[in-house]
Write a protein that binds this ligand. Structure first.
Ligand code: NAD
Length: 488
């Protein structure tokens, strides 16, 4: 497959001729040397996107939609190859790459392919004698910067609505996991996207990313990543008045009430925290469980968590693979020491697995820590298979614990009491709340956070609003214009 930058419809080396080594987190082997984009490549790509924009913007929305639908079909036609590549690059268990990452990527393009010619303007009932209609116009060149935890899926989250709305995109995938994004770029060329509409530039944040953020011809930066980098980007983008959409970190509160259906709550919690090795912004990283059922819940949960099959992500039996990089594994493990230093108790895991066949990889066992409120492990994002446990006695106490962090992304509630569920859903500081489930997503349902988790929304009509701006057109149908300067 191609390992060069994708600019203006063609694969090309970076101007500075540098490359990035990409490693397999299962055994540390080299997957590929991928071309590295630097500032000059970003300039080339933005110029190409700018050239492509007028024609792409004026193309019939249904024709843009048709291309996105073709892309969805092509992703499905290449599903197995994409799944294998994602698994090798990220460590996602192959069952997840096949069952979640690739189908969700195709579904995203299909949804927004359908959306392209159904995203309507409006007519405003203004003063008599006037017609006032509002059209939604694309912004121009969108710069997308994405992290390493769901590399293929995030390509689709950013690209699909931006393209459907008529924007051209320059994307910088993470330097750690650029493989499926490059294969994706190849597929877009096969499908027939016009040159320049889609550009894919693997590179580092401080060089390629920073140039994209400060480029005067970029109308909007759509960023998914960590809170500190997101905030810095928002500051840099402000210099040119560039719009910013930030999808940042999270510290998901997952509250289990005394009346919850325990088997469902246990299974849902395990998926919430351990899917993708906990490397998810919406991970259920804080269990907040009622004191009357805490022992029973934990007994069941620890039994389930210790039975999770950790291993080579290429094996169809594997349920948890390695973390995506050695640096990240070390960071996650460092929180085990932080937890014990803060008076926490490790109930499960907290170390790499003992299986010698996994010694060369970035593995961490499912980890559960009983923690005190207001500590680093209950407030900072660990972003791994690391769940804290806290107990509560009243609903108000549960809410206070849940809202203790500055994050506000996802949260879960397990209860059979309808009014409690809705009341708590209103009170939780979160952009998404799941009742008796966790971590659901759909291309039509707004996805995003508040507070330190960022602002703006992916998915659905909200995403189309993110990538368009309103233009109000006033038409005088039969209104008299009162003379403002009567002497004329
Ligand atoms: P990161 O912030 O380090 O990097 C994200 C992206 O930004 C990468 O492509 C990186 O190269 C780029 N970048 C870094 N410095 C930059 C700079 N100065 N200018 C421009 N670009 C720069 O995050 P990460 O470690 O790759 O990803 C993990 C983080 O992402 C976690 O905090 C996680 O919660 C968050 N995340 C959020 C969501 C969401 O939807 N809210 C989804 C997934 C991940």
């Amino acid at each position: 497959m191609q390992t060069q930058l994708f600019i203006d419809g063609a694969f090309t080396d970076g101007v500075e001729g540098r490359t990035i080594e990409v490693f397999d987190p299962h055994d540390g082997s080299l997957i590929a040397n991928v071309a590295e984009a630097t500032g000059a490549d970003v300039d080339r790509a933005v110029a190409a996107a700018k050239r492509a924009y007028p024609a792409w913007k004026s193309m019939a929305a249904s024709d843009r939609g048709r291309l996105l639908l073709k892309l969805a079909d092509a992703i499905e036609a290449n599903a197995e190859e994409l799944a294998q590549l994602e698994t090798r690059d990220t460590g996602h268990p192959i069952r997840d790459s096949r069952g979640l990452d690739v189908p969700r990527t195709a579904a995203q393009f299909r949804y927004f392919g359908g959306m392209a010619d159904k995203y309507l303007g409006s007519v405003v009932p203004v003063d008599r004698g006037f017609l006032d209609y509002v059209i939604r116009e694309p912004l121009g060149v969108v710069g997308s910067i994405v992290p390493w935890n769901f590399p293929l899926m995030f390509v689709s989250w950013k690209m699909a609505p931006a393209l459907a709305a008529g924007n051209c995109v320059v994307m910088k995938p993470s330097e750690l996991t650029p493989m499926t994004a490059l294969r994706f770029a190849e597929i877009t060329a096969e499908v027939g996207f016009p040159p320049g509409v889609i550009n894919m530039l693997p590179g580092y944040g401080q060089t390629a990313g920073a140039r994209l953020v400060s480029h005067p011809d970029v109308a909007k930066i759509s960023f998914t990543g960590s809170t500190p980098v997101g905030r810095m980007i928002a500051g840099q983008a402000a210099v040119n008045g560039t719009r910013v959409h930030l999808e940042l970190g999270g510290k998901g509160a997952n509250i289990v009430f005394a009346d919850a259906t325990l088997p469902k709550a246990v299974g849902g919690t395990a998926f919430g925290i351990f899917h993708n090795q906990g490397q998810a912004c919406i991970a259920a990283s804080r269990l907040i469980v009622h004191e009357s059922i805490a022992d029973e819940f934990l007994e069941r949960f620890l039994a389930l968590a210790s039975s999770i099959r950790v291993g080579d992500p290429k094996s169809p039996d594997t349920e948890m693979g390695p973390l995506t990089s050695p640096m990240h594994r070390d960071r996650v493990l460092s929180y085990v020491k932080i937890a014990t230093d803060e008076g926490g108790e490790v109930l499960l895991g907290g170390k790499p697995p003992s299986d010698p066949s996994l010694a060369g990889g970035c593995y961490v066992e499912p980890t559960v820590v009983r923690a005190k409120p207001g500590t680093r492990v209950t407030c900072e994002e660990v972003f791994g298979p690391f769940m804290t446990v806290q107990t509560f006695s009243t609903d108000d106490e549960a809410l206070a614990i849940a809202n203790e962090t500055d994050f506000g992304l996802g949260g879960g509630l397990w209860t059979n009491d309808l009014s409690r569920a809705h009341k708590m859903a209103r009170e939780l500081n979160a952009g998404m709340v799941w009742i008796n489930s966790y971590k659901r997503a759909h291309p039509g349902s707004p996805f995003g956070g508040m507070g330190s988790s960022g602002y703006g929304r992916e998915m659905g009509f909200e995403a189309m609003h993110e990538y368009t701006e309103a233009k109000a057109v006033w038409v005088n149908i039969d209104a008299d214009i009162p003379p403002f300067y009567p002497r004329g």
